[in-house]
Design a binder for this molecule. Structure first.
Ligand SMILES: Cc1ncc(COP(=O)(O)O)c(C=O)c1O
Length: 403
């Protein structure tokens, strides 16, 4: 069964009780028991719920594995993975420009474990090989990365990690299973911020962990119930609805991103565009090999000041200034003060994350409207128009939001 057919049919029979084509929302906390411990497979909705179970089955089908646990957010999903596998003093390899929330989890939530954390440019295989040792427990990968869309060779890194007995976790949020199937490339676990493309409509927060191997999955499944950061049935139902159009949506997102990248590249007010579909992107060759599309996200460096960035991102018509990505409505953000504000300024700069980097999440509007909206704002950059604000200089690690 092809992906688009699986998204509609796999694990989604009509409701056996009523024939309803669409699975109902089981909005209940508790299930009746015939006698203590004897029930129809469900007892309490933190442990399991039919709507949630249906979503887990569909997501597993789409990533091509047997096991999935969904969580109340992407970070809750990541938390479960870290909690399941990391013990005091363990060594973890992470991308140098890992998503800020993952960085914060490792450093501030798991800080008490005295982990040894090696940030590495995961696009550089020699650097990854040098970073992974016999003591490495987890190798965390994001590909493409947020926000520079750096692409790592998942298969090569999985081979390096497995040779040292480490597990490989791939955050597949940006690529989605439509464009990238990490388990076919050697991943042991996949995590998602379902909030983004999978749900796709900017109307819920949710996460998922997937695994191929039952023994790898078991501790994550245990923590889903034991910690209890589970999503509500309505949110699971909304994601099930979103998944039916996932392939159509991400194809349009990617088409829009590609057209915008081409329109921005070479513009005098743009220093650099990051999109894996551009032939001069450093990850273009690997992306062409391991992905079936280049994804819907892109970012670019404005050739201006932080004040220019502020003026630009606050005056777009169709790109709404906001956290998050992957929804049908276009979003724009300033990673240094928003998504990546949790990473200390020095470390951000060392990881190549410039203070004038702007991230775009094109929606599924018409590409020309989006391009016109962006190009209209660019001539103002660097020509002296400045919005009065106190962020005219570099961005400190204290600035910005904390999501
Ligand atoms: C790549 C990536 N992973 C994980 C997360 C965390 O997901 P959530 O916001 O659903 O907790 C995000 C959120 O922006 C993200 O961009």
């Amino acid at each position: 069964m092809k992906f688009a057919t699986r998204a509609i049919h796999a694990a989604q029979p009509s409701d056996p009780a009523t024939g309803a084509l669409v699975a109902p929302i089981y909005q209940t906390s508790t299930f009746e028991q015939h006698s203590p411990g004897v029930n129809l497979g469900f007892d309490y909705a933190r442990t399991n719920n039919p709507t949630r179970q249906r979503l887990e089955q569909v997501l597993a089908e789409l990533e091509g594995v047997s096991h999935c646990a969904v969580f109340a957010s992407g970070l809750a999903a990541e938390h479960a993975v870290l909690q399941a596998f990391l013990r005091s003093g363990d060594h973890v390899v992470v991308p140098a420009d890992v998503y800020g929330g993952t960085y914060r989890l490792l450093h501030r939530v798991f800080g008490g474990l005295a982990l040894s954390i090696t940030p590495v440019d995961t696009t550089n295989l020699a650097a990854v090989a040098a970073a992974i040792t016999a003591g490495t427990r987890l190798v965390w990968l994001e590909s493409p990365t947020n926000p520079r869309l750096l692409v790592s060779d998942i298969r090569a890194i999985a081979d390096l990690a497995h040779a040292q007995g480490a597990l490989v976790v791939v955050d597949n949020t940006f690529a989605t299973p439509v464009f990238q199937q990490p388990f076919t490339l050697g991943a042991d676990l996949v995590v998602h911020s379902v909030t983004k493309y999978l749900a796709g409509h900017s109307d819920l927060i949710q996460g998922a962990v997937l695994a191929h191997d039952a023994a790898v999955f078991e501790p994550v499944k245990f923590l889903q119930n034991a910690i209890g950061a589970v999503p509500a049935p309505l949110d699971c139902w909304l994601t099930l609805r979103g998944l039916k159009t996932l392939e159509l949506r991400v194809q349009r997102h990617a088409e829009n991103a590609g057209r915008i990248a081409a329109a921005l590249a070479g513009h005098p007010a743009v220093r650099r565009v990051y999109y894996p579909g551009l032939a001069d992107h450093p990850g273009h060759a690997v992306a062409t090999r391991q992905m079936t599309g280049f994804g819907g996200m892109l970012s670019f460096e404005l050739d201006g000041t932080v004040a220019d960035v502020t003026a630009f991102i606050t005056s777009r018509r169709f790109f709404i200034l906001g956290e998050s990505l992957g929804g049908v409505k276009s979003l724009i953000c300033h990673p240094a003060r928003m998504t990546h504000a949790s990473i200390p300024a020095g470390q951000r700069t060392a990881a190549g994350l410039s203070d004038t980097l702007v991230r775009l999440s094109p929606g599924i509007e018409h590409a020309q409207d989006l391009i016109d909206d962006l190009l209209e704002g660019l001539p103002d950059v660097g020509t002296g128009r400045r919005l009065a604000n106190h962020h005219a200089g570099a961005v400190s690690s204290e600035a910005g939001s904390r999501c």
